[in-house]
Design a protein. Structure first.
Lengths: 186, 46
């Protein structure tokens, strides 16, 4: 992010705001693949600059090239929920991490979410841990929703790519080292 | 928005018309849109 670039004029600002809001509407329904960039641009609406305009141009170009792609939501089994969670450590200007997750019944994404982490952390492992904490309520809601509709959930699997975070989630403080002992596992 | 249910009961959500409108709206002000963009986010996004 480059805050040193020139601010947009009034007309461009209105176009930026309007186009971003339209993208948000599309993203929530049919294009979860652009969620990261659209949620970022929504945060820039009040202080948009030329750099943000280029980012908007990029996502518009991406949509133009992939306009025929459709969101598909399906299932091979309604008794198995797969959840994928990941995070990008300290990527925001205020050093917050980016967290994201996706729930699926093996075909497409039933639910996807990408947002900045609510708290600052000291390592990528902690960032993964916080992202799990922030995304898992969505998976739990989905599980209760399916149970409420009469489906017995046999498998509810969370996939992550950080071994230390997985161990901390399973074992709690037993798997914490002196570097991560301070974190309060929520 | 079109919602199509396939033979395998998967649901397909198509918002091509809405996307086309946004692209046309944006291109009224910016003619440098590159449809060969392979990723939605710039690597320096944040």
């Amino acid at each position: 992010m480059n805050d040193d670039t020139e601010e947009l004029d009034k007309e461009e600002s209105e176009v930026f705001h309007s186009a971003t809001a339209k993208l948000l509407y599309i993203m929530q329904r049919a294009r979860p693949d652009i969620e990261t960039v659209v949620t970022f641009l929504m945060k820039r609406v009040s202080k948009r600059n030329v750099d943000d305009w280029k980012k908007l141009r990029k996502v518009i170009g991406f949509l133009k090239g992939k306009i025929d792609e459709k969101r598909i939501i399906g299932a091979t089994s309604l008794t198995e929920i797969l959840t994928f969670i990941d995070s990008a450590y300290a990527v925001h200007a205020n050093c917050q991490s980016r967290t994201g997750g996706l729930s699926s019944f093996e075909i497409g994404a039933v639910h996807a979410r990408s947002k900045s982490s609510k708290i600052n952390v000291k390592s990528s492992t902690e960032s993964e841990l916080v992202s799990t904490s922030e995304y898992l309520p969505h998976t739990l809601w989905l599980r209760h929703f399916m149970i409420g509709h009469g489906y017995e959930i046999k498998d509810n699997v969370v996939y992550q790519d950080n071994k230390s975070a997985i161990l901390m989630e399973i074992n709690g403080r037993k798997s914490c080292t002196r570097n991560s002992r301070h974190i309060n596992i929520r | 928005m079109k919602i199509i249910i396939n033979e395998d009961r998967a649901v397909m959500i198509d918002m091509k018309e809405s996307m086309q409108k946004v692209i046309e709206f944006y291109e009224e002000y910016d003619h440098n849109v590159d449809p060969d963009t392979t990723t939605s986010a710039a690597y320096y996004l944040f």
